[in-house]
Design a protein around this ligand. Structure first.
Ligand SMILES: Cc1cc2nc3c(=O)[nH]c(=O)nc-3n(C[C@H](O)[C@H](O)[C@H](O)COP(=O)(O)OP(=O)(O)OC[C@H]3O[C@@H](n4cnc5c(N)ncnc54)[C@H](O)[C@@H]3O)c2cc1C
Length: 481
């Protein structure tokens, strides 16, 4: 009731401020234009909050889908198909007349001219801009890490990693006589993960489950040689969780066969090995880099803004506007917003979603000529799964859960948060089947999927061209063979 009254009052106020065309008719084109960059957790919520409001909204993303990043590791480990965790953006806004989607890669922001530039050369003018382009992998300057490891930020990354894992098994099953020295052979089936945060832990646990399935797939090849190694620089896994939960996580992973190394700092990476600061060389053909994130390159496009060293996140004021910018907001993984104690909010989906909604409301307030309000986060807790029947959760009011109950909560919360009924139904069904059959049914090698770097924004056509080129090479190789 209160909400609808507020909405009606806002519409009246904005309408009275809207300019009129020469013949006196009010033009929709002249409503304030809000551009939202990124259809991830923050951008999608921002656009949803603006749907039906007296503004024009353009939502820009380089993909035509929203992806559910927390389940990327499930795709990488053959638990789910990529399309189960992605949803078409146009479909979300089908009935929102004032929201337009534009498929484009943003390549610049000009605050003076109030324009966003795209790689295809178009300029999108804005009255208010919400930057929600997320984060990309940070390699902390470790030599060779970027060239020789797999990131896990996009659907393409997840499928590329899945391809590699499955191909390694195919390759080793074909090797009639031992190929290379013993250490190199071990490296072929040793899967090393750098970073003992939630992504590293979840992937390590899921890999052990995948390997059990692989044992059934290969009749004449001993797959038990496959190893999972988890390297963490700090002294506990899940460093942002209480120590007890970190220790529980380690115990469960070790029990399932994961080699956990804490205090292990990677010094450099080469094609078939990772070198630790301790001088140890670990042979591996497959390295997952799950160690760090930095704000998307889009953050650097606001030249006047300050970026946090290391994380590249944009400094924002309490209302989420980029420091020194009247009309630009940065939310989610891109903005470094702080709580009442000065701590920067973690890069988590619920933070991004709440910030997206908040920035949208502040843009409306500015359009109405009203002052903005500070953002405050409603803590919804956080959780990480270790695999079948095991998870850790930190819920509001200090409630901590471990084991089966936490795992069940994790399963249902993740299903509930997926976008689209079809995705929720697919994931639910896949998980029920996988749970009872001990299977991971998405064991498909999809040729031509290359891991495409997120650092250089490229227009979709260029990416397509690259994929087509790789496909042609694969076809040529197949013909030659
Ligand atoms: C593997 C993984 C696991 C995670 N697990 C969890 C978890 O369990 N729980 C949790 O709370 N959080 C988790 N997170 C973190 C969470 O996903 C992020 O905090 C959240 O996605 C941030 O939302 P965002 O909207 O800021 O960015 P994103 O959701 O990343 O969205 C950014 C969007 O911007 C688009 N974009 C980027 N650059 C451009 C450009 N130049 N032009 C146009 N569009 C662009 C991208 O395509 C993307 O759609 C995980 C993250 C990863 C990578």
């Amino acid at each position: 009731m209160l909400k609808s009254l507020a909405r009606r009052a806002r519409r009246t106020l904005l309408a009275s401020r809207a300019s009129f065309s020469k013949n006196g008719a009010r033009s929709t084109e002249e409503r304030p234009h809000v551009v939202v960059v990124g259809a991830g957790f923050a951008g999608l919520e921002a656009a949803k909050a603006l749907a039906g409001e007296p503004v024009r909204v353009t939502l820009v993303d380089r993909n035509n889908y929203h992806k559910f990043q927390p389940l990327l590791y499930q795709v990488a480990t053959a638990g789910l198909e990529p399309d189960s965790i992605a949803h078409n953006v146009r479909d979300v806004f089908r009935s929102a007349d004032n929201v337009e989607f534009q498929l484009a890669t943003v390549s610049g922001v000009d605050p003076e001219r109030r324009e966003v530039a795209t790689r295809s050369g178009t300029q999108i003018p804005y009255d208010y801009l919400i930057l929600a382009a997320g984060a990309t992998t940070s390699y902390f300057g470790v030599e060779g890490a970027e060239e020789h490891s797999f990131p896990l930020k996009t659907l393409t990354d997840a499928v590329a990693l899945r391809n590699r894992i499955l191909r390694q098994f195919e390759r080793m099953s074909r090797a009639r006589k031992p190929d290379g020295d013993a250490e190199a052979r071990r490296g072929a089936l040793r899967f090393v993960i750098v970073g003992g945060g939630p992504t590293g832990v979840e992937t390590a646990g899921a890999l052990t489950e995948l390997f059990r399935v692989m044992q059934r797939d290969y009749k004449r090849f001993d797959t038990t040689a496959a190893e999972v190694m988890l390297l963490e620089m700090g002294d506990q896994l899940l460093g942002s969780y209480p120590r007890r939960q970190g220790e529980y996580t380690r115990a469960v992973l070790e029990d399932r066969g994961v080699q956990v190394r804490t205090g292990a700092t990677v010094e450099r990476v080469e094609e078939h090995a990772v070198h630790l600061q301790s001088g140890e060389r670990i042979a591996t053909d497959t390295l997952l880099w799950a160690a760090g994130v930095q704000a998307s390159a889009v953050a650097g496009f606001v030249e006047e803004a300050t970026q946090q060293e290391g994380s590249r996140r944009l400094d924002v004021a309490s209302d989420l506007r980029v420091a020194g910018q009247e009309r630009i907001f940065a939310v989610g993984d891109m903005g470094a917003s702080r709580d009442g104690e000065g701590q920067v909010y973690a890069q988590l989906a619920p933070v991004a979603m709440q910030q997206g909604t908040h920035a949208a409301r502040q843009a409306l307030r500015l359009a109405e000529g009203r002052p903005t309000e500070p953002f405050s986060y409603r803590n919804l807790g956080k959780m990480a799964t270790i695999g079948r029947n095991a998870a850790v959760a930190q819920l509001p009011a200090g409630v901590q859960l471990e084991g089966f109950v936490a795992w069940l909560a994790w399963v249902f919360i993740h299903i509930a948060k997926l976008v689209g009924f079809r995705n929720r139904a697919n994931v639910f069904l896949d998980w029920v089947i996988n749970y009872f059959t001990y299977d991971r049914s998405a064991r498909l090698i999809l040729p031509g999927v290359v891991s495409i770097s997120e650092r250089i924004p490229r227009e979709v056509e260029e990416v397509d061209a690259e994929v087509q080129q790789v496909l042609r090479e694969i076809e040529r190789e197949a013909e030659e063979a």
